[in-house]
Design a protein around this ligand. Structure first.
Ligand SMILES: C[S@@+](CC[C@H](N)C(=O)[O-])C[C@H]1O[C@@H](n2cnc3c(N)ncnc32)[C@H](O)[C@@H]1O
Length: 308
């Protein structure tokens, strides 16, 4: 007799998708997946599998209460959760089979850890990620905006060759790993969540990019990252965190980004961009570009004093 499972199903609005993928494993639910009907990629649905014996009704209610605050930053309520009891399902096949190789931009491929590179994608630069380990599976628009902006930078002039990169709020480490794949020399990464530090190390190992000097990661915020950089600002700063957090971090940017450096800032909603641009300008930064995807935006910044 095999295990009996509760299968959780809920609509996954774009704003909440990555937070749910990140939060559920922290709450003891590692078996998660996203799916959508082939004809409607925007109608994403979150699935999770919980052993029935570990998740009686009161625990499941507690789980729903713990997820509810994820909507607060976006002024969203949590969509209703549906529970379905399932006998004897091979969950490992169920949840893993929902993850697919994910081409991003022209050159990158985000690949779930257990999959092989599809032959038709063989020319792409592969970033292997264990989904569910931390925020940053590549499916969220803010992560994609950063990956595409990195690729665009890599395609100009000397590209990322030899650059020192700082990744603030590294999550799964996906952005720093992409930067290394695209030619950066080193990445210093930090995240306030200790699980993100661990996920970044593990994902770096999956890609054969672990260990100094390629990648250094620590738990903490701007101070810890500045310490990792050893007092010399990076050439490229990656920062995909919510707008209010970025705003609070602006005074730290001069210690993270050296003269002539470029910053890619995402995690902001389109309607938050003008306010953040004003704050950046007031602090001496020039916004060179704003790119939008769905309701999300990315700003590319440069120190105003470096620009003619
Ligand atoms: C939106 S996720 C981005 C993850 C990954 N870089 C990506 O682009 O997919 C934001 C990450 O920033 C971290 N974070 C939030 N506030 C932070 C802060 N003040 N300093 C450093 N990291 C922070 C969170 O723990 C989370 O892992």
């Amino acid at each position: 007799m095999g295990l009996v499972w509760w299968r959780l199903e809920m609509a996954a609005p774009a704003e909440l998708e990555e937070s749910l993928l990140w939060k559920l494993p922290l709450l003891g639910v590692p078996r998660v997946a996203l799916q959508h009907p082939p004809e409607a990629p925007e109608r994403r649905q979150l699935l999770a599998w919980l052993p029935e014996s570990d998740w009686p009704a009161d625990q499941r209610q507690e789980l729903e209460r713990a997820l509810a605050p994820l909507g607060v930053p976006f002024d969203l309520g949590l969509p209703p959760i549906h529970w379905q009891r399932q006998d004897d399902e091979d969950w490992s096949l169920s949840w893993k089979s929902h993850w697919r190789p994910d081409p991003v931009g022209e050159r990158l491929l985000v690949l779930p850890a257990w999959l092989e590179v599809p032959p038709e994608q063989a020319a792409r630069l592969v970033i292997r990620i264990d989904p569910g380990s931390a925020f940053g599976t590549g499916s969220h628009p803010t992560t994609r905006l950063c990956l595409e902006a990195l690729e665009a930078l890599a395609g100009h002039g000397p590209g990322l060759r030899g650059l020192r990169v700082a990744d603030l709020g590294c999550g799964s480490g996906i952005l720093g790993l992409a930067a290394l794949r695209l030619g950066a020399a080193t990445v210093a990464a930090a995240d306030t969540d200790p699980l993100a530090e661990r996920a970044t190390r593990e994902n770096a190992a999956l890609n054969g990019l672990d260990g100094a000097p390629a990648l250094n990661v620590t738990t903490g915020s701007a101070e810890a990252l500045a310490a990792l950089l050893g007092g010399r600002g990076a050439d490229l700063l990656l920062c995909n965190i919510l707008a209010p957090v970025i705003e609070a971090l602006i005074p730290c940017f001069p210690r993270l980004l050296g003269p002539g450096g470029v910053g890619l800032l995402s995690g902001l909603l389109v309607d938050q961009a003008p306010g953040l641009e004003r704050d950046l300008l007031a602090a001496g930064w020039r916004v060179e570009q704003r790119v939008e995807q769905d309701r999300w935006a990315l700003l590319r910044i440069h120190s105003a004093s470096d620009v003619a």
